[in-house]
Design a protein around this ligand. Sequence first.
Ligand SMILES: [Zn+2]
Length: 267
Amino acid sequence: MPAPQPALDRAAARLAALLGEAVEVLLPVECAVCRAPGCALCRPCRLLLRRSCARPFEASAAAPLLEPALSVTAAGRYAHELAGCLLAFKNGGRTDLAPVLAACLATALHHAAPAWRAAAPPGPVPGPVLLVPVPGSPAALRRRWFQPVRVLLEDCARRGVLPPGTAAAPALRHRHAAARRSGPAQKLLGAAGRRSGPAGSLRAVVRPGTRCVVVDDVLTTGATLAEAARALRDAGAVVLGAVVVAAVRAPAVPPTADSPPHSGPFW
Ligand SMILES: [Zn+2]
């Protein structure tokens, strides 16, 4: 009998971590941004990264395929140090960057959390708000052997920096290609969503009424977040919003230097 998918995911993540540690021993570590030797992210680049993620912002207005409307909080803009770290983490196998990127994510989660409480339906609180990572495609998982967003959320959970009343929960799965073609979800996202590709690609396993927040790495058009929210809602969940590490497009009204930075014990 084949092992269930969550067990395979955990095994792949453990293997990726072990391989990463082995590579660190065999190869000299260098800064993922400026290539200074000696550490995953040198102090100047770390300070710049921290500054770029100090003022999370609402990014949904710049995502044209995000339908229906969903509030999306981004830790920072997909540029400079943040883009360099995300690329190195996701595509360069630099899992040693997980703690610094998890700190960016934690800052955005804490910034967004008060709005989730306001968006939740009235009535008794049925358990924690689930922070649901968007899974990478099966092809991406074969290529990189770990789920980037899930690793970041689990790093936050391990260090106890998730917002109170929340829990990480990998409740989204990719459908098999055959089920995707025949599924009804293609109708639900409209023409723009169908063009973008992911419509109907995800399914969710949650109890009806569960309050969820979708978590992803990069916001581009919004089609992936829309599909994740659609899958969770189809399963009966209440989707309170979404959080991403980086947004490709800047918001129409960018955060100003006067807006207070979010401070948290995440770094
Ligand atoms: Zn550097």
